[in-house]
Design a protein around this ligand. Structure first.
Ligand code: GAP
Length: 448
């Protein structure tokens, strides 16, 4: 049943233009996805909500660092040495598996559909595990040699660490302060899976908060709560969120403590964001590898030290998928004949909804289209608005419900008399009559 639900969400995502397979006409490219017209709006709204919550304050600055960085960055960060997954190959069907995920995998041989990969392992079909580095390697410039190797960044964080001095000096920030960034990251995952959950190209929304050593544990706890609340404020149901702390023996090479915020997808709980106490690992490593001083002088205590870093690292792509799964629902809606019919609806928070409002003329005559166009054009100065004059109003509602549009405005014969319209709310399906000049304020209030 849960797989069935995931299939329905993936199918809706394609049908309504949220997500398409990358290079679909060529058979697709594994682990890569394209955001369609509604998807790009939803993704941008999610990123914008994050950006505002992070940087529209006194103590967090924004940054947009380049994807390609000096190769030494990845030596200093430990990625060249440690950013690996253990991989095994099946000697029979040649499928590749992450050695630590065999239990969740199926045999790659199409003739054995449904057979567990663990069974093949028991039968000795797999090679010994070997480490596979997940960074995509390329070459900078015209000559392909060891000296021209460059990597596509596997996380955005390193762009922030190498700019610590620049941001501190240009903004005159005092500890504690943070630097936030949204951007693409690339990982050559051995097994991509579950739609947008594990892909090879994805976007992260990361914030590194630089703190005085000793204050790190308290600030780490504070950020844990703050980040969980942020997801809930966007309408993610509390019961679908979970903290999963990393046990000490599973911590990443840079972490002193780490916890995942997990969301319950149709296939089970999975990480959407990591909160990490990275200690002074990153700044110390970059100071060592670059030969530059990277530290902080505390005017009050007259101490010089390397700040600790509390990191909040959310996936924009995975977050997008969580928002989509969280919003998906099937319920009943009344028809014009007084019956009820099944409807598929996306209950997005109005702030995230790709289209904020749809405008319909009740009929396509007697000047109702002209008024509808004029309302649409006026609203489009503030929001993404969709005009629709095709089919019965009930059908138009159903289409907008599937797109997650929170408000639909219908222009009818009463509009000609008193300039009022019907505004219908997606979740309650309640309708009220308001003056057409009040629509903008009405929607803005609901969004905030
Ligand atoms: N800077 C720390 C860091 O990158 P991470 O736990 O490896 O930590 C953070 O990644 C977030 O990035 C994850 O919580 C997830 O949302 C997202 N993410 C990581 N790998 C991903 C992948 N292959 N596909 C989609 N999202 C991914």
């Amino acid at each position: 049943m849960k797989n069935d639900l995931m299939d329905k969400i993936v199918s809706l995502a394609k049908r309504r233009g949220f997500v398409f397979q990358s290079s679909e006409i060529y058979g697709g490219l594994n682990g890569c996805w394209d955001y369609g017209p509604l998807g790009v709006e939803l993704l941008n709204n999610l990123k914008q909500a994050w950006w505002r919550s992070m940087t529209y304050c006194d103590d967090i600055e924004g940054l947009d660092a380049s994807i390609l960085m000096h190769p030494k960055v990845w030596e200093a960060s430990g990625h060249v040495e440690n950013f690996t997954d253990p991989m095994v190959d099946c000697k029979e069907c040649k499928a590749r598996f992450r050695a630590d995920q065999i239990e969740d995998s199926e045999c790659g041989n199409k003739g054995y559909k449904g057979r567990k990969a663990a069974k093949c392992m028991e039968e000795g079909k797999f090679t010994d595990a070997r480490n596979f580095n997940l960074m995509f390697k390329t070459y900078m410039g015209a000559i392909e040699s060891e000296d021209s190797i460059a990597y596509l960044r596997p996380e955005t964080a390193q762009g922030i660490f190498v700019n610590f001095n620049n941001v501190k000096e240009s903004t005159r920030q005092k500890l504690p302060f943070g630097i936030a960034q949204i951007g693409k990251a690339f990982r050559n995952e051995i097994n991509t899976k579950n739609f947008l959950f594990r892909t090879r190209e994805f976007e992260q929304m990361e914030m590194q908060y630089f703190v005085k050593p000793g204050s790190d544990e308290e600030i780490y706890s504070g950020w844990k709560e703050r980040r969980l609340n942020w997801w809930m404020d966007l309408g993610v149901k509390k019961e679908k969120l979970n903290f999963a702390p990393h046990p000490a023996d599973k911590l990443a090479h840079y972490a002193k403590a780490a916890v995942d915020i997990e969301f319950e997808f149709p296939f089970g709980f999975g990480e959407i964001e990591g909160i990490h106490n990275r200690s002074d690992f990153d700044l110390s490593q970059h100071a060592k590898f670059s030969g530059k001083k990277i530290d902080y002088f505390d005017e009050q205590s007259k101490e010089r030290f390397t700040p600790f870093v509390i990191e909040t690292s959310a996936g924009a792509s995975r977050g997008f998928m969580a928002i989509l799964c969280n919003a998906y629902d099937e319920d009943e809606a009344p028809t014009s004949e007084g019956k009820s019919e099944k409807r598929t609806v996306l209950h997005f928070h109005p702030k995230l909804a790709p289209i904020k409002c749809a405008v319909f003329p009740l009929v396509n005559k007697d000047g109702l289209q002209e008024i509808s166009h004029s309302i649409t054009e006026d609203l489009q100065k503030s929001f993404k608005v969709f005009y629709d004059e095709s089919g019965a109003v009930g059908r138009r509602y159903r289409r907008q419900d599937e797109c997650g549009t929170p408000f639909c405005v219908t222009v009818d014969y009463d509009t000609l008399k008193d300039d009022t319209v019907t505004i219908r709310e997606r979740d309650t399906m309640q309708q009220e009559r308001i003056h057409k000049d009040k629509i903008k304020v009405y929607i803005a209030e609901k969004m905030s």
